[in-house]
Design a protein around this ligand. Structure first.
Ligand SMILES: [Zn+2]
Length: 542
């Protein structure tokens, strides 16, 4: 659409996510902006000569915003060996998938796979390098776990990286071992950085999945994932763990016109010194590509079973999880980032990690008060009621992923027992005044907003159990949490996330209204059209 062309949407259900005027009859777009919203008559009067699009009863919403997504990694995973469950449901099938890839990969070249989930295999043991060694002895192999927090490698990968069979554990991570102390090939959290050839050193600031790849491949991955996002109705993505590798790829993709969605970057905390040295803190950039909050990790993952809880868990009741930081060092780093002007997003799953996070944020805000710092807790898997009250007091936003409850809820029930009912207590958070944001954490889980919304409303596990039914959101709350409140988490609510005159024209049209639909039917509602920056970038009928 060229500048000056006017387009008017009418004839459907328009949910604006603007509390002052939640419904409208028509929306006019000119260039990259929404220019009028309201009754058809009024919009007609203001739109002048315009092309009218008849929604034919469909639902018009602001474009969906995914406030926590591993954008580039998603594009890369679309291109690697897919070993997700139920495609691969046993160690035997995992070996077969790797062996098949070995048949078509030149010897010596890395074979990468993504998404194994052995908790679902119904076997008494985790797969090991011995299994992968059966698939190939001529290729280094690295298969990432669905959580993104650990990786399984074969013996050749270990020896290529110069890792001895009895290598010690690094800070912030662990090698899983056989009874005699030899490595099984499963590398957790910071240990991943030792086995995968990575493009950047992130120290023990988080899991290192920033593997080496040529820039053109990364640009292709950004474009590939971006197009998939548009087809799912997403118009803005926030990459929740950005290093120089991702930032360069997004800049290059944007320069080449191959970055299809608005992209906000969360630099990982190992870069705090570098950003400070040049005097920079987010938000920085323009409305298409920008640097937002800084990302810190407090603990491991819920899906991988390394989240830090105050009471031990796991079947043997002994494991309390992994913290990435000593509390004092964490407090100092958070304070420094806050003081530099950063909005901060902390990955914190278990209540022990959330306690450490809230203590650090509260201390930073008390020592260096500043208006509306809007710090975020990523995931916020298991906050206690007291912690939820503290979040509300501190104005902390939670950015959560209810699709975990579907994908891994049955494991959570086995691991946490009755405690699982308080996983992602979103209802309680909203009722306590916390801004709740829904997101995907793709490529850990589906990036489709309608999957995320349905899972927030249903809270069902894959086997049909319900986790914490009193924590369900309504459809309207879930929509808001994936649009307007997601924009708020990105500090972009003046531009995106709701339909108001003056906002950027990012819109999505779903084939039918979600209100009144059985929640189980929500994921199947087709995305009819997506508009980004005033241009129709996806249209189901061509
Ligand atoms: Zn994540």
């Amino acid at each position: 659409m060229t500048a000056g062309t006017r387009l008017v949407f009418s004839g459907g259900v328009i949910r604006t996510m603007d509390p002052a005027a939640p419904r409208a009859e028509a929306v006019a777009v000119e260039g990259s902006r929404i220019v009028a919203v309201g009754m058809s008559e009024d919009v007609r009067g203001r739109a002048g000569r315009a092309e009218w699009i008849d929604l034919q009863g469909r639902l018009l919403l602001p474009g969906f915003i995914d406030a926590h997504n591993h954008y580039l990694a998603t594009g890369e995973s679309i291109g690697s060996v897919d070993v997700r469950y139920p495609l691969v449901g046993s160690t035997g099938q995992l070996v077969a998938a790797v062996a098949e890839a070995a048949g078509t990969t030149p010897p010596g070249q890395w074979i990468r796979g993504w998404g194994f989930d052995h908790a679902k295999y119904g076997e008494r043991r985790a797969p090991s390098r011995r299994d992968l060694d059966r698939a190939t002895a001529r290729h280094p192999v690295a298969i990432s776990h669905v959580s993104g927090h650990y990786v399984l490698v074969n013996s050749m990968a270990l020896s290529l990286r110069g890792i001895d069979e009895f290598a010690p554990d690094p800070v912030g991570g662990a090698f899983v071992r056989e009874p005699d102390g030899r490595l099984t090939g499963l590398c957790q959290d910071a240990a991943m950085g030792l086995v995968l050839p990575v493009a950047v050193d992130v120290g023990s600031h988080g899991p290192n999945f920033h593997t080496q790849a040529p820039l053109p491949e990364l640009v292709a991955a950004a474009e590939r994932a971006g197009r998939a996002y548009l087809a799912a109705g997403l118009t803005t993505l926030c990459d929740a763990q950005v290093t120089s590798r991702e930032l360069e790829a997004y800049r290059e993709a944007r320069r080449l016109g191959r970055l299809p969605v608005r992209t906000v970057c969360m630099p990982l905390s190992h870069q705090l010194d570098s950003y400070q040295a040049v005097g920079m803190a987010g938000p920085f950039g323009d409305d298409w590509l920008s640097v937002g909050a800084m990302k810190f990790y407090a603990d491991g993952s819920l899906i991988g079973g390394t989240a830090a809880f105050s009471a031990p868990y796991e079947e043997d009741g002994e494991f309390a999880g992994i913290l990435y930081w000593e509390p004092e060092a964490f407090r100092a780093a958070i304070s420094r980032a806050h003081r530099s002007g950063w909005q901060i997003g902390v990955h914190a799953q278990g209540d022990r990690a959330i306690a450490m996070t809230l203590d650090a944020l509260a201390a930073a805000c008390a020592a260096h008060p500043r208006p509306d710092p809007r710090h975020r807790i990523e995931h916020a898997g298991f906050p206690t009621p007291t912690q939820i009250t503290r979040m509300a007091e501190l104005g902390v936003v939670t950015v959560s992923q209810p699709t975990y409850l579907y994908d891994s809820g049955d494991e959570f029930l086995a691991r946490l027992g009755e405690r699982a009912a308080r996983l992602l207590p979103l209802r309680e958070e909203i009722d306590s005044g916390v801004t709740v944001v829904l997101s995907s954490d793709s490529d850990v889980a589906s990036f489709r907003p309608l999957d995320t919304i349905a899972n927030a409303v249903r809270r069902r596990t894959a086997s049909g159990s319900v986790i914490g039914p009193n924590q369900r959101l309504t459809v309207q709350e879930a929509l808001r949490a994936h649009t307007a409140d997601a924009a708020f988490a990105l500090r972009r609510e003046r531009d995106i996330g709701s339909i108001k005159a003056g906002m950027l024209a990012d819109l999505v049209v779903l084939d039918q209204d979600l209100a009144g639909l059985p929640p189980a039917d929500i994921p199947a509602v087709p995305v009819w059209m997506t508009m980004a920056d005033g241009a129709i970038v996806h249209h189901a009928t061509g």
